[in-house]
Design a protein around this ligand. Structure first.
Ligand code: ATP
Length: 210
């Protein structure tokens, strides 16, 4: 089995906190849960491997390619859902989609329309009127509409009610069934992992525990 992500010797410091020699890999075909308590370093790890923080040392390979020099090629192949969801609040879902779609070579408008319908989202609604669950579903619809092979999500289930959480877990299973190569998501809700994760990576105090 090939690895879709390989991280080795990742180090990053924020004042007193540091990621220390983080190394792990994601095999092709797995849903991997990234677990750890609040402040363990999950978000910092995800942001670092995606090149969203500066001053990171270490080696990061997606799909066998170094992140350095291949960033845009790699990002075309990854769907990203970060907890803060960087959207312009005054835009409608459709207007914001136009901004984001233009950044992806393989944008598929029909997939987006289908996901919006499946998630009962109205393209004419404004971003700032979305509930937390709707916002997460919208971020997911965007992440899933450019033929991404790997989905990376930071705390997608946090703050969602049990029904929406269970819908999300089913969407992830469907995504893998439709040819997704991997899902990597951070959480501190371990019951979500029991339901769908094939693999677990645990972080504590900036270090991988297992
Ligand atoms: P949570 O489950 O609460 O989201 P986490 O495991 O994702 O936690 P991180 O957000 O990675 O944890 O935070 C790890 C540590 O890094 C914390 O001590 C946090 O204060 C610190 N940290 C994160 N971002 C920054 C930043 N931009 N500047 C300074 N310190 C930061």
């Amino acid at each position: 089995m090939d690895n879709i992500l390989e991280v080795s010797g990742l180090n990053k410091r924020y004042g007193d906190f540091a990621l220390k020699d983080i190394s792990f890999y994601l095999p092709d075909g797995c849903i991997t849960g990234f677990v750890g308590i609040n402040g363990a370093g999950k978000t910092t790890t995800l942001r670092s491997i995606l090149g969203l923080t500066n001053m990171v040392s270490g080696n990061i390979k997606f799909f066998g390619m170094d992140m350095d020099g291949n960033e845009s090629k790699i990002k075309d192949r990854i769907g990203i859902v970060l907890d803060e969801g960087c959207f312009y609040d005054e835009l409608t879902l459709s207007e914001m989609k136009n901004v984001i779609a233009s950044a992806y070579k393989n944008w598929c408008e029909q997939d987006f329309i289908d996901y919006m319908e499946q998630f009962s989202l109205n393209p004419k609604q404004k971003i700032n009127t979305l509930s937390k669950g709707m916002r997460m579903k919208y971020a997911l619809a965007l992440a899933l509409s450019h033929k991404a092979e790997l989905l990376i999500m930071d705390e997608p289930t946090s703050g969602l009610d049990p029904l929406v959480r269970s819908q999300l877990l089913n969407i992830l299973k469907d995504y893998m069934g439709k040819g997704g190569k991997g899902v990597f998501f951070s959480t501190h809700i371990t019951s979500d992992l029991d339901k769908i994760a094939d693999m677990l990576i645990m972080i504590d105090g900036g270090e991988i525990v297992f």
